[in-house]
Write a protein that binds this ligand. Structure first.
Ligand code: C5P
Length: 355
């Protein structure tokens, strides 16, 4: 195949991967929300969330190692050499991953703090604020430029999700509020999570798209730090309780499914960041909230009302508006007019021409 056709073939394949990973992320996000909601409503002993964070890291790490071994067609020597080069020789690259890893570990632990101190719906509304922090970091760190319409669509998205969630919360009439919850602690945890989600996501996107290292190798680097830091957080917070009750205390099949689900979600995030971008990841997360709410009609007896319909319509309208083709570039520019949804996967540094 001539090289220019090869390039086109690669672009088409990347485009397919982009939509496939976004679609699977929507479904994964929706199901993880439902699983966590279920785990939270089941009475009984509570598992150690810090041990769950470690398990998620271990699952991701081992999956990536298996994927790399598969890429090397099971050749152990090639596999070991590849890891040696990627982890030891290029140790500076590994060190760069310490930043998002540290932030993600903090964020993954903070999310449990937030979920334990806030009603689920409030947490979800507040956490959507990360759509805006992500957009701001994308502009600052990746020099991405968004049209006015796209900024407006981000605000519409946030409003839509807020309406969906607030009406859900009202419907529950405070049923979610448990004794011993500290609203302020929860609020602070979720706000820090939003800033860290935006920053870590965009930092990871910059590293992933700025070098040729494989996405799975990057995740191995991330996972090594993640596991070590997760273990440190676990021993600081729950060390003595875990020594007494055990690492897997109160791990029900549902807790395992949440852990697995989050591990798959983490890998999907990496794929979406590689083949699409962090802002589209935010849209996928918002769509999942609408989908999980609709699913709650059947599972938890939730009633769809006018507010929900309004919020969901705003979310869908925002997705549509964000993906509208941008105005064509000025004649002086050599860049092709691009829709954000069909922009080059690796074009984070491309100043998309709009306004
Ligand atoms: O909420 P947010 O989208 O920022 O969450 C991203 C999640 O994806 C975090 O839990 C993080 O640990 C995970 N992740 C991952 N691998 C990556 C990037 C993110 O597991 N390469």
């Amino acid at each position: 195949m001539p090289p220019w056709n090869l390039g086109r073939f690669q672009r088409r394949a990347n485009e397919k991967l982009k939509y496939a990973s976004l679609a699977v992320l929507v479904i994964q996000n929706a199901s993880v929300i439902l699983c966590i909601r279920y785990v939270r409503t089941v009475p009984g002993n509570k598992f150690f969330s810090t041990s769950a964070v470690v398990m998620v890291e271990l699952f991701k790490l081992s999956t990536c190692l298996v994927l790399i071994l598969g890429q090397k067609r099971g050749n152990l020597k090639e596999f070991v050499m590849y890891l040696y080069k990627g982890l030891i020789v290029e140790y500076m690259d590994v060190l760069k991953m310490a930043v998002p890893s540290l932030i993600y570990t903090l964020q993954n632990n903070l999310q449990y703090v937030a979920i334990s101190n806030l009603p689920v719906a409030t947490f979800q509304v507040m956490y959507q604020f990360k759509i805006l922090t992500t957009a701001v970091f994308s502009v600052l760190m990746l020099k991405k430029s968004l049209s006015r319409l796209q900024w407006v669509s981000l605000v519409i998205l946030f409003t839509g999700i807020a309406i969906v969630q607030v009406t859900q919360e009202e419907g529950k009439a405070g049923r979610d509020r448990a004794p011993g919850q500290n609203y302020l602690v929860g609020l602070l945890a979720v706000l820090v999570s939003c800033v860290s989600s935006g920053f870590a996501g965009v930092y990871f996107e910059k590293i992933l798209k700025g070098t040729s290292a494989s996405i799975w190798l990057r995740n191995v680097q991330l996972g090594i730090f993640g596991t070590v830091l997760g273990l440190a957080a676990m021993s600081c917070k729950d060390g003595s309780a875990i020594a007494e009750k055990g690492f897997f205390f109160a791990y029900t099949p549902m807790v395992w499914s949440v852990v697995l689900n989050q591990a798959v979600g983490g890998l999907l995030v990496a794929m979406v960041v590689k083949y699409a971008d962090n802002i589209l990841k935010g849209f996928a997360a918002s769509l999942s909230i609408v989908i999980s709410t609709v699913a709650s009609v059947h599972i938890f007896g939730f009633h769809v009302d006018l507010y929900f319909a309004l919020g969901a319509s705003l979310v869908i309208a925002a997705v549509y508006l964000y993906s509208l083709p941008k105005a064509p570039a000025p004649a002086s520019s050599s860049l092709p007019p691009a829709s954000s949804l069909s922009a080059e996967p690796d074009s984070y540094s491309t100043k998309l021409v709009i306004k």
